[in-house]
Design a protein around this ligand. Structure first.
Ligand code: FE2
Length: 283
């Protein structure tokens, strides 16, 4: 059965300030869309004005979630309470599972005056909220690109496209995370498991989605209804978009800034752990 997923909602990103004063375009965790189970937040960062991002994200905690940073331009240097430190640049990805707790710092740096990328937050199921923190960091060269007919190019961060598998594995949400380029007028259909939540984030050019005959211009986040295939066609300037899907958890959420748990009691515990110095544990 091939059931094309139709557009359920189109989100125009909302400008927000986060961290120590970073200007972001937010599409999930904003006014129009609070939570798209299992996705808790989606931010697009990037600007030609360094004042918009240089303040960065000084040391802050996370518990109960995964944060996925995918870079288009510039660099982000990071270090954390577990002794990890590094830099990710254009085309690199960091899939960070905070589990029971990390404290980290994320500081953007321009390269040739440019800085751009995305951060997605993926919820963890109750049974993994207090798991051991884990990083999967892949440099651009280790993220494979599928080259398909008609000039379609797909960088595969997680999941599979055109017979190519992405390097990020063993994530509870069984995610797909693709960076897709379509030349003008070209159509591409991608299988997306029925029952999984799926969205596209169109960030260059314009495209049509599902059976709609109305082209959407970037930047927009498109939430799809259920079905088993996502169908797109690029507009006159071509299109570049992320296609992301994952298995919904269907669990209650209690959310407080960088902590996302199942109950208010667990949020209070996170705050108490921070205060008592027991938030980050060696093992
Ligand atoms: Fe963070």
């Amino acid at each position: 059965m091939n059931q094309v997923r139709q557009i359920q909602q189109v989100i125009e990103p909302q400008v927000v300030m986060e961290g120590a004063g970073v200007r972001l375009r937010r599409s999930i965790a904003g006014r129009a869309l609070d939570y798209l189970d299992p996705f808790l937040l989606f931010d697009h960062f990037g600007s030609d004005n360094p004042a918009d991002y240089l303040p960065g994200f000084p040391m802050h905690p996370h518990r109960g979630i995964e944060t996925v940073t995918y870079m288009l331009a510039g660099k982000v240097t990071h270090r954390d309470s577990l002794g990890n430190a590094g830099t990710i640049g254009a085309g690199d990805v960091q899939w960070m599972t905070s589990g029971r707790g990390i404290m980290h710092e994320e500081m953007p740096q321009p390269v040739s005056g440019k800085m751009a990328g995305f951060q997605l937050w993926v919820n963890l199921p109750a049974r993994l909220k207090m798991t051991r923190p884990r990083y999967q960091e892949y440099l651009a060269a280790s993220i494979p690109e599928a080259q398909l007919a008609d000039g379609v190019g797909i960088r595969v961060v997680a999941g599979e496209a055109g017979g190519v598998r992405g390097p990020v594995t063993e994530i509870a949400a069984e995610p797909t995370y693709l960076d897709i380029r379509l030349p003008a007028g070209v159509t591409y259909a991608h299988p997306a498991p029925a029952g999984h939540t799926a969205f596209a984030y169109l960030f260059e050019g314009s495209a049509l989605f599902g059976d709609s005959d109305r082209p959407l211009a970037s930047p927009r986040l498109i939430v799809f209804g259920d079905g088993d295939v996502v169908q797109t066609r690029a507009g006159d300037e071509g299109a570049r978009f992320l296609l992301v899907s994952g298995k919904p958890l269907g669990e209650p959420i209690a959310r407080y800034g960088p902590f996302v748990m199942n109950t208010r009691q667990e949020i209070m515990q996170a705050l108490a752990d921070l205060q008592n110095g027991t938030f980050v544990t060696a093992d």
